[in-house]
Design a protein around this ligand. Sequence first.
Ligand code: IMP
Ligand code: MG
Length: 195
Amino acid sequence: MPKSTRVTKSKLPHPDLERVLVTEAAIKSRLKILGREISKAYGDQEITVIAIINGAVFFSADLLRQISSPVRFDCIRVSSYRNSTTPMGPPRLLDTLLLDLENRHVLLIDDILDTGRTLSVVIEEIRKRKPASVKTCVLLDKKVRRDVQIESDFVGFVIPDRFVVGYGLDFAERYRNISCIGVLKPDLQNPPEWA
Ligand code: IMP
Ligand code: MG
């Protein structure tokens, strides 16, 4: 094995990753900039942040601490991918929002914008509650996979069409605690023992 290959492999933070796409350091510095952008957009206006769990938990927790505007925080659970890397029908809201949204500035946060179905379903639900505004923020954007015409107002990184895990993103609820974002090895994307 050539020396350069050995060095790269030893740096992988998890053996199930094919490669690292976004390092922990890159995430940290991007979040500072995103936090500044969001704080500038809202100023002193209070933001009602809604995070889509479980994926957006890690990202939201770190991002919110980079935002200087006043913030209210709630989460919503949406069903989508389950154990597969392909969608299993339309996303469904699995619980209701507890915060009032009428005349509020809502910022919806998700880990990744892929086909766009999840964000559009949640935005539709939020709009029913007559907020003053609705904006979205995603850590990752797979632009080429869109089924629904939707763009996010704030984006961490645009990434290629690869299945990624880490920093909140999962496969079958695993790998969320990897601190970088990496491409999952293709042969691990649907092991029968995980079904
Ligand atoms: P969308 O509804 O297709 O835009 O997908 C959004 C949801 O799909 C995200 O909240 C993720 O849970 C999941 N997802 C999409 N792509 C990936 C990926 O590469 N890794 C892990 N989860 C993903
Ligand atoms: Mg997921």
